[in-house]
Each structure stands twice: as C-alpha cells, then as structure tokens.
Design a protein around this ligand. Structure first.
Ligand code: NAP
Length: 309
C-alpha cells in the first residue's frame, strides 16, 4: 500500500473559468467547485482513491465566483467531467440547476454532488449520510437514538437537521443567531418527527437563540451537540458555549475541520465530553460521492490515510 501512495499526484492547480480549457483533453475529469476553493482537501483524498483503484479520472479544484456559476457549469457539462462536488457558496444554486434531484438532494435541500450523464445532470447530497456515518464512527452511536442540539441553521445546519428528522432522532433542538431561521426550520420538521418516546415536558422539535443561557436550559436533555456555524473557522474565534455549560455525558461534533482545534472542541474536551472534528464528515461525504460517480465501493482507508497523513 505504501508504494501506491507514491504513485498519486494531486493537481494542486486552482482552475478558473479562464483556465478550465487547459484541461480539455481525453482525460476523464472529476472536481470540486467553490469560492474560495484553494484550501479544499477533496483533491487530496479523491485522487488517492481514484489512483488506488486504477481509475483514469483526474480530480481538480475550480474557483467559481457566484457571478460565473452558470458559465462554469455550462462549460463543465461539455467537458469530459464524470461529475463534481460543490461547496460553499454554490450548493443551493446547483440544486436549482441540475436536471434531476435525487432523493438525498430533495431531503437536504442543496446539492453537493453531481453526476454528469452526457450533459444531463443528476444532483445528490451526501452531507447528511456522511455526517451520520461520521457520528457512528466517532461515538459508536446512531442518530436515531440521540437527542441532538444543532448550532446553526444555514445550509449545513438545515441539511443535518433534516437528516436527523428523517432518521427520527429522539429530540431535535436548533439554535441559531437569526432565531427566525431556526423557527421556520423547526416548524418544517415538526410534522416529520413522529417519535412516540416519552419526552416529559420537553418539546420534540424546538428552536432557540444561539446564546449560552438558552443552551444551558436544554443541555440536560441533549446527548449530541453539532456545530454547523462558521464560528471556529478562524483561530481567533471564541467558543459559543462556555466550558461550564458542557457536561461530560455529551458528545460534541464540530463540522469544521482544519489545522487547529476549534474553541468548541477545546471547551468540550476540557469539560470531559467526547469530541470529533468535521474531518470524518468530509471523508464520508467524499466516499459516498466517489461511489455515486464510479458505482464502486470507496477505498475508505486509502482516503482516510491521504486526508490525515
Ligand atoms: P451558511 O449557509 O453560510 O450558514 C452559516 C451559519 O453560521 C448560519 O447558521 C449563520 O447564522 C451562522 N453564523 C455565521 N456567522 C456567525 C456569527 N458570527 N455568529 C453566530 N452565528 C454565525 O454556511 P454552511 O454552508 O451552512 O456552512 C457552515 C459550516 O459548515 C462551514 O464552516 C463548514 O466548515 C461546515 N461544513 C462542513 C462540512 C464537512 O464535510 N465537514 C460540510 C459542510 C459544511 P445566521 O443564520 O444567523 O446568519
């Protein structure tokens, strides 16, 4: 296996609308579009998987400002792209552009994976299932059995809340800075949450503001906290939940991944809670994308090693 890793060469070039034509050749392509995109780790582990499996595709990153989205997609449709991943800020625009939304995209609302079948685009969203696999792997727990507090109600927060509701989690609390967004999401999900388990006086689905006191009032009836806000992306960010609120029985999953430990993970670790970073979600959503494109099981350990080494 060591030798195989010496063979793969990730193309670290950031392609743009102007330079995409440099890729026009017979080489089958895969890629990721976003803005910014320079720091994306997807080429690293997707190329390792493709090379390990002896596949010919080259996985590239493409920087796409919002005003160039349609032009880039038109161009990629006509190039030998088997498919691509979509990251911030294009998941919603991609959902509006695909020819067919698959079940996962209909459930989660955005599209993070496209399969290009001769110019006909099928849209999927592997973030929800990727997160579910990551939680199971990190904590040996299933979403279905958990009382979950989701911090954030943007694209990722809403997607994971919808996945948790579809999995009939035991309880769902959504905390957001703009509380109205959390309220309309909770309203949307109320109907689909059918748990018959006793909740006492606690609401099955609830929206709260993203503030320590509101969170403190819920924490006794929560098992898993998931951060989907962008707080923690920058090293200077503070923790949105003080250490004193976090209890040792909690599992804390931060969807952010990067070089440094996020303040939330640090507080949770210091409080004795179990923690995991978003790297495992990145890995599992990517593995599911790979399976959509290739129809083959993803070489998950190869991908993990490429991502973490
Ligand atoms: P988004 O749609 O822009 O949503 C951002 C969320 O963060 C919103 O809930 C927003 O609240 C909140 N927020 C932003 N700045 C804030 C502040 N200063 N104080 C309090 N809340 C703030 O972004 P997204 O697509 O959901 O992505 C969010 C994060 O998810 C990203 O940082 C990314 O790292 C992570 N993510 C990870 C993976 C993975 O594979 N690990 C996959 C997808 C996303 P308002 O509604 O009040 O604006």
């Amino acid at each position: 296996m060591e030798l195989l890793f010496n063979h793969f060469v990730t193309d670290n070039t950031v392609y743009t609308l102007e330079t995409l034509s440099q890729l026009e050749s017979d080489t089958p392509l895969l890629g990721v579009i976003g803005y910014p995109i320079k720091h994306s780790k997807s080429p690293l582990f997707q190329q390792a998987a493709l090379d390990h499996s002896g596949r010919a595709e080259k996985y590239v990153k493409i920087e796409v400002p919002e005003d160039q989205f349609s032009d880039v997609i038109d161009k990629m449709k006509r190039m030998p792209f088997l498919g691509w991943n979509i990251t911030i800020p294009h998941k919603r625009s991609m959902a509006e552009t695909v020819d067919e939304k698959m079940e996962s995209a209909l459930l989660l609302g955005g599209v993070n994976t496209v399969l290009n079948q001769n110019g006909v685009l099928k849209g999927y969203n592997t973030d929800g299932m990727g997160w579910k696999h990551a939680v199971r792997e990190s904590f040996s727990l299933d979403i279905h059995d958990l009382r979950i507090l989701i911090l954030g109600a943007g694209g990722a927060g809403a997607g994971l809340a919808r996945q948790a509701a579809a999995d009939q989690c035991e309880r769902l609390v959504i905390a957001n800075r703009t509380v109205e967004t959390a309220q309309s999401l909770a309203e949307e999900l109320k109907e689909s949450m059918k748990s018959q388990r006793l909740q006492g006086a606690q609401a099955l689905v609830k929206a709260i503001p993203l503030d320590p006191e509101a969170i403190r009032a819920e924490i006794d009836t929560i098992d898993l906290i998931v951060n989907t806000t962008s707080i923690g992306l920058r090293p200077e960010d503070g923790s949105m939940i003080p250490e004193s609120i976090i209890q040792p029985h909690l599992c804390v999953y931060d969807t952010i991944y990067g070089e440094h430990e996020t303040p939330l993970i640090r507080s949770a670790r210091q409080a004795g809670a179990r923690t995991a970073s978003g790297l495992s979600m990145l890995l599992h959503q990517g593995a599911l994308s790979y399976e959509i494109w290739t129809g083959q099981p993803a070489p998950i350990e190869v991908m993990r090693q490429a991502l973490t080494s």
